[in-house]
Write a protein that binds this ligand. Sequence first.
Ligand SMILES: C[S@@+](CC[C@H](N)C(=O)[O-])C[C@H]1O[C@@H](n2cnc3c(N)ncnc32)[C@H](O)[C@@H]1O
Length: 379
Amino acid sequence: MPSVKKRVRSEPPSEVRNESPATREIRQLEPILKQVETLTTTPRDALIDLARLVKAVLMFDIPGDIVECGSYAGGAAFLMAHLLREAGVRDRKVWLFDSFEGLPPPQEIDGAAAREYAEHPDAPENYDNCRASFADVRRTAKKLGLAPYTVCVKGWFEKTLPAHREHIGPISILRVDGNWYASVRCCLDQLYDQVADGGFVICHTYYTYDGCAAAVHELLGQRRLPYRIESVVGVRPGAYAEDYQSALFCKGDSSWKWLRQVYLAIQDIASVIPPRQTVILVDQEELGIQLGDQRRVLPFLERNGEYNGSPDDDITAIRELNRMRRSGAGFLVFAWPAFWWLEHYAEFHGQLRRRFPCILENERVAVFDIRPSAERDRE
Ligand SMILES: C[S@@+](CC[C@H](N)C(=O)[O-])C[C@H]1O[C@@H](n2cnc3c(N)ncnc32)[C@H](O)[C@@H]1O
């Protein structure tokens, strides 16, 4: 007779229940990172940051497809395509453009590191001159179930980009990874205009090769674009631990530094506040808009749902908090731009600490559970 196993409700192990939002994010990325890591020259830290960028682009609704110029074996592109699939996004694609014959020779302008590379282009550390097979990349896309999310185009950028740019339409992320001046310049000339407002241009070898940096500077300089170049830290084998791997800029008045921080803060908050709760978000309207889908967000101070300025003193802050609790507010969140409150309204802050548990506190947010049950537990 087959044995009948008693069904027990499976609980996640305690280390999973207690993990920080950042650890959870990396744990969730782990399976896809394992699948793509051997198919890319991009180091893990840069892949994790790239994953955040894709998720942030979706979260903040920056329109357009994702384009990678210089995809090699497709690892980074497949990571991005996986994130589209995971988010249930069917109306965006990841484009992979590559010669699939490896890199052309560098020129004088590409500098000393490129000359060094050119002495042994086929060395293992140069990934056999970044030669990948078109057929293999398409096979991998199928194997990973990512064919519907990707378009692979074989050929030299100089030919393929003018031929395909119209089909691509708006671009949310343009990842330019062709190493040398001529290739990077061609990608920027052909595709920059299609990058959506608020979209991002990543120049992966900006810190490695002079020609890549020169091409980026030329684009920004010739068009008199004021965008700031931002650095993304990554650890290349053999480089200093805090070496910069990539540079990027945002087409618009935002920055990845800001958007990443907002994105991570939203992850933090969502990880401890259940949906359908009313959340008071101190002094920070930008974050509130983004949390609003699943949680009701009120500013502080508040009048008729609108922000009503910061309080004159501690007594006003305490009185307003009590009033909003009576109307059903269950959580109070300070995001980093409002951390000054904690010192400035010291008495208010002291009361919060005495009466309510602070359920998450890190460099981005402090979240207090101000529901009546939490206060009772504290007494
Ligand atoms: C450093 S690899 C790209 C690595 C890849 N982005 C990743 O994250 O693994 C550079 C790629 O750019 C491609 N490439 C460079 N210049 C090109 C050009 N003018 N046209 C087409 N492909 C080019 C090379 O074939 C090579 O695969």
